[in-house]
Each structure stands twice: as structure tokens, then as C-alpha cells.
Design a protein around this ligand. Structure first.
Ligand SMILES: C[S@@+](CC[C@H](N)C(=O)[O-])C[C@H]1O[C@@H](n2cnc3c(N)ncnc32)[C@H](O)[C@@H]1O
Length: 311
């Protein structure tokens, strides 16, 4: 039955939808009617619809405005309609349907073996680690070693390689599946000489190495959040979200272990989602500096090495 109704839904008569904009409008109507959740790299259904349309047409998302009123061929239209239907009926994020996501304008390969990149840390590397007025470091060129814990697809390690031109980066991940995706992304970006991927549990594969900067977007969803994940997120690996009963199981371990792996002037940049209150209750003496982004408030903290718990 479900199959029949989804086939019926894509019966758009030739000529009914003409321009790129028409297809985006149609996608939005289907998203709204189908109750689609948008939470993967953007919270804007319009942006996700435009991404599907431009990607199906082998255009860059930035080219959407230029071609918004351009006509779409029948074959192109069919391709777009199939993607829109797949998005609504399977509830897979567009990034999985297209095996691609842009983060801070940088393209990444992605599939269901790794969580879809969307960390706020990508933006913070540009706004707070650029050596400018709001910067937490003096000069990005002086950052020599970076650790990306819980690297998933490798997206943050790669953005860190761009942000810190002289740095080598260690990236750690527990999932072999996710590591395979990271390996592909590191190769696609020709960064194999600067980014070393390690399989293991947090700091375990690193020996006594110390870093100028630790960045991490660990699993941080609590048990209640796990039970309420939208269907879209259920296509992603559960271990990328699961932060234990209160969401802090991994974050706690990172806080306890980070200092031993930081240089004296180093620091920890860590995303915790909605875990701020729990974290401040659990560590009342830590002077968390909460950093906001365009789409988040108080979801990422910074702690200098000297403020972190000593082992
Ligand atoms: C929220 S995802 C972040 C992935 C990537 N950094 C990003 O921002 O898209 C968390 C990642 O941590 C990995 N992970 C979970 N437990 C881990 C552990 N104990 N040690 C290392 N990685 C772990 C998961 O497999 C997942 O890829």
C-alpha cells in the first residue's frame, strides 16, 4: 500500500513543474505534507530542497540563485522527483541519498556508516581560532598538533587542517565503518600526510602525545533524547549519538583525560548539545566558556588546559 501511494505522489504531469524554483517549491510542499524533519547540516527545509535540486543537476549550491528560473529537462525533472520522494518516504537525510554534504562550504563524502556532518565546531574554527579579535589563540599558524576525538567522517579533522595550515592532526574513532568514511574523505582532500586516523577508544591509541588543541564532537544524546530521535536520525549510527543515561558518559571521560594530552597553552573545544546544565551541575568548579554560533547557543565549550581536571 505504502509503495502504491508513493508512486502516485510522484505523478507530476510533464510541463507542470518547469524551473529549478518550481521543483524546490514542490519539494517543500512534499516535505511539509510528509512531516519531514530537517536537522542535517541545516535546519532549513528550503536549503535542503535547494541542495537536492542543485546536486541532482550537478550544480554547486551557490549556483542556485543564478539558475533558479532556468528550465529543467524532463530527464532531470524525473531524477529530482525521485530524490524528493525518496527523501519523504525513506526519511533518509538528503546527504545520505546524495552521498554528499557541504560543511562551511567544503564538500564531504558521506554514507550511513558515519553520522552526517553538522557540528558547530566547524564554524567556531573560523570565528574563534583565526587570530582575530574574538580568537582564543594568537596565531593559527602556531598550532602544531591537533587532536580530533570521535572524528566520524573526518569532517572536523579536515576543517582543522584548513584552519591550521602548519598542523598535523590525529583523529580517533571507535567505529571501523566511520573510519572507512573518514579515510575516503582524507584521501579526497589530499590530506593523508597531515591527518593520521586511529581506531580506538578516545585517548587510548595516542600514548603520551600532547596537542595544542583538542576538538571533539562526541556522542552526547541522553536516554530520553535517544528515545525521541526523529526518523531521519535513525538512519545514522546510534553510537554517534548515545551519550548514556544523562548524555555525559563520553564527555566526562574526555574532561578527565584531556589535560594529560594538552600542551600547557593548549585547550579543549567540545560540543555537548543540550548538555550544558547537566555538565555545569556535574563540574561546578570548571570555568566553562560557552561559545555561540549562528544556529546555537551554549552548545560548545572551551576550557584552557590549566583549567581542566588534573589526573
Ligand atoms: C557525534 S559523532 C561526531 C562525528 C564527527 N566528529 C562529526 O562532527 O560529524 C560522534 C562520533 O564518536 C564516535 N565514538 C563513539 N564512542 C567513541 C569512543 N569511545 N571513542 C572514539 N570514538 C567514539 C562515534 O562512532 C561517532 O562517529
Amino acid at each position: 500500500m505504502a509503495k502504491k501511494s508513493s508512486n502516485a505522489a510522484i505523478k507530476v504531469a510533464p510541463g507542470e513543474l518547469v524551473t529549478l524554483l518550481d521543483y524546490v517549491r514542490y519539494a517543500l510542499s512534499r516535505f511539509n505534507a510528509g512531516g519531514v524533519a530537517v536537522a542535517h547540516g541545516t535546519t532549513d527545509p528550503l536549503a535542503e530542497a535547494a541542495f537536492i535540486v542543485t546536486e541532482a543537476l550537478a550544480l554547486h549550491p551557490d549556483q542556485f540563485e543564478t539558475f533558479a528560473t532556468a528550465r529543467v529537462t524532463r530527464a532531470e525533472g524525473e531524477k529530482i522527483l525521485k530524490l524528493i520522494e525518496a527523501r519523504v518516504t525513506t526519511r533518509k537525510p538528503a546527504a545520505y541519498l546524495l552521498n554528499k554534504i557541504y560543511m562551511r562550504g567544503v564538500p564531504f563524502y558521506i554514507d550511513e556508516r558515519a553520522i552526517v556532518p553538522r557540528s558547530f565546531i566547524g564554524e567556531l574554527l573560523e570565528t574563534h581560532f583565526d587570530g582575530g579579535d574574538a580568537s582564543l589563540i594568537d596565531d593559527p599558524a602556531n598550532i602544531g598538533r591537533v587532536l580530533d576525538l570521535c572524528t566520524g567522517s573526518g569532517c572536523l579533522a579536515i576543517l582543522a587542517a584548513h584552519a591550521f595550515p602548519n598542523a598535523t592532526i590525529d583523529a580517533v574513532e571507535l567505529s571501523n565503518d566511520a573510519l572507512a568514511v573518514a579515510q575516503r574523505n582524507v584521501a579526497d582532500h589530499a590530506l593523508a600526510e597531515r591527518i593520521a586516523l586511529h581506531r580506538g577508544d578516545l585517548f587510548a591509541p595516542l600514548g603520551k602525545a600532547r596537542y595544542d588543541l583538542i576538538i571533539t564532537n562526541p556522542p552526547y544524546v541522553d536516554a530520553e533524547g535517544m528515545a525521541g530521535l526523529p526518523r531521519e536520525c535513525r538512519h545514522e549510527p546510534a553510537m554517534a549519538f548515545d551519550g548514556g543515561a544523562d548524555g555525559l558518559a563520553i564527555v566526562r571521560r574526555i574532561l578527565q583525560g584531556a589535560r594529560a594530552h594538552l600542551t600547557a597553552d593548549g585547550g579543549l573545544l567540545c560540543e555537548v548539545g543540550r548538555g550544558r546544565d547537566n555538565l555545569e551541575d556535574a563540574f561546578p568548579d570548571l570555568p566553562f566558556l560557552w561559545l555561540d554560533t549562528e544556529e546555537s547557543t551554549g552548545e560548545v565549550f572551551w576550557l584552557p588546559a590549566a583549567a581542566l581536571p588534573a589526573r
